[in-house]
Write a protein that binds this ligand. Sequence first.
Ligand code: AMP
Ligand code: MG
Length: 402
Amino acid sequence: MISVLEAMRLVREHVPARRVETVPLLSSLGHVLAEDVESDLDMPPFRRAQMDGFAVRSEDLASAPVELRVAGEVFAGVTGEHRLEARTAVKIMTGAPVPDGADAVVQVEHTEAAGPGLVRIVRAAKAGANVVPRGQEMRSGQTVLSRGALLRAAELGVLACVGRERLKVWRRPTVAVLTTGDELVDVRARPTGAQIRDSNGYSVAAQVAAAGLPFAYLGIARDTREELRSKIRLGLSADCLVLTGGVSVGEKDLVSDVLKAEGVGLLFHQVAIRPGKPVCFGRKGNTLVFGLPGNPVSTFVCFELFVRLALGLWMGNPALERRTVRARMSAAFAKSVPDRQLYHPAFLTPSSPGGQLPAVAPVPWKGSADLLGLAGANAFLIQPPGAAPLAAGDEVDVLLME
Ligand code: AMP
Ligand code: MG
């Protein structure tokens, strides 16, 4: 049995080297950028009106209200051929180029019609008002996104703006999820006798999706070598295979045996953790395999600690690793395990900015099968092996789940 830290070290060490791939912009969401991206133009590329209204010379408005002759109009997308003469205005729409000679745009709400071809400007405007100078947002040649940036919706917008329809990103691992157990039935079935519904398939698939990665759910494998073998073979064609159940010491816990027979080299089996002790981890070529213990909270904790870590490094987003923070107990907590690190579902209340440590309290939890207890938590209290009971007010390490 190895420590949690040692297990994390082994996972880190065995994540395959990252590879670059080129993807179309619309498929890049959730990837990490593998190149620096420069702008190919000034943004905006021309002096842009930021309001619907009238382009004017601010000096003409010194004695506002004033009446100006309307010399024409400019729309977005139309290059203005106007040059603004003294004591004239040009009607202008948001996004249109401001005519030469004009230095301000008066919003339409501050104007009134004043007869044919005339506008009354009710309020003076300062030079530069509602006019965005060329290049205010970006300069041509400026690095707008750097290698390592996580591509979210805003980043996709930036990339479109600078004309990048194809980009280099880190290839994301494909993840296959396989649950095992003779007792499991599909979510649509009503369990009878000694059956239960398969919940891990769904919670693990959701954990993969929450990490920003696509998943393939391979369904339930029965506890036979034949069925495990065929489904595991299928799963090994993914970059990462996550199994649940069948890794403990029961007579039908065949997963590690079958993995070995299929050529997976096990790097650890059993970690000093509660819940989740029987967890195993292995590698075959460039495929990583995690065997998570079947109890739903064991599965959950092991995914958050080990699988997320691997996926994050693999896709170039090390921030996926769950963070541990210091917090202050808002209640007493007496549990710990002599030879294992305890992760107990908890609720963390964020501290006010610049305030003290966040407050944390254990949530009611009945053990490794109690999914419902977990559902009310947003963190785990961490009690090292043999840790002394905690009193309200004590400091403690907390693993954040969000
Ligand atoms: P195992 O790790 O296969 O020994 O399973 C440990 C416990 O977790 C047993 O009570 C199983 O019934 C339960 N379990 C295993 N797989 C699942 C699953 N996919 N969904 C819900 N519970 C499961
Ligand atoms: Mg089982």
